[in-house]
Design a protein around this ligand. Structure first.
Ligand code: TYD
Length: 210
């Protein structure tokens, strides 16, 4: 079977992780699925995650952050994503290259072209076949995050609304420049509706693969 590589992107609180969990059993009925996340997914990358998202590490500048995410991405790609794709599996990843462009680039102030270059360097230019962008206004997303007592709040969750507005604008810009890869899903709907819409996009994009 042909491999399929799908990334899930969006601002904080857009519900990516919830949707991913809901998609997993449905897609697993038809294909072998590997679900994973960034930063993380494999041990070394999870260790880097702990450094980069630690609330103590407020002094990290944008470029340092970018390099850490990129290092985590490369080890994750080599150890988990590539082998799964080579085995013809469906890989679902919670955040990938576009998070670096939106967060470290548009919001963090690193030049967007440099972020894209470093992403290409870290991934040998591998891009997802499809990226689902869970579209939710940052203010709404942050409200959800703050109201969800169970959710662990990381350093970037706690950044100012202005930062998250820039992240959101970054994603909107990517939707335009990468319109054949990135598809927007309305994340303001109920979780069931969001899952339904995401599945429709996946099935229509990969006709004959399920
Ligand atoms: P996580 O707890 O997984 O948040 P979410 O549920 O919103 O995905 O934390 C991931 C955080 O890391 C999130 O704030 C976005 C940030 N991030 C970047 O800034 N750059 C990146 O390249 C990646 C992969 C994540």
């Amino acid at each position: 079977m042909k491999s399929i590589f799908i990334s899930l992107e969006g601002p904080e609180g857009a519900g990516k992780s919830t949707v991913l969990e809901a998609l997993l059993p449905i897609l697993s009925e038809k294909r072998e699925v590997v679900a994973t996340r960034e930063p993380g997914g494999v041990r070394i990358a999870e260790d880097i995650r702990n450094i980069v998202l630690d609330q103590k590490n407020t002094s990290l500048d944008g470029k340092t952050e970018l390099l850490l995410f990129a290092a985590a991405r490369r080890v994750h790609l080599l150890e988990k994503i590539k082998p799964a794709l080579e085995a013809g599996k469906l890989v679902l990843v919670d955040r990938f290259i576009d998070s670096s462009v939106a967060y470290q680039g548009f919001a963090g102030g690193v030049e967007v072209e440099q972020v894209k270059w470093l992403n290409d360097f870290a991934t040998d230019s591998l891009k997802p076949d499809l990226t689902l962008f869970f579209d939710l206004e940052p203010e709404e997303g942050l409200k959800r995050v703050m109201n969800n007592g169970e959710r662990e709040k990381n350093r970037l969750d706690l950044a100012e609304l202005d930062y998250h507005n820039k992240v959101y604008k970054g994603y909107k810009a990517l939707l335009k420049t990468d319109s054949d890869r990135i598809v927007s899903v309305d994340a303001s709907q109920s979780p069931e509706e969001v899952v339904k819409e995401a599945l429709e996009v996946i099935y229509s994009r990969f006709l004959g693969e399920f």
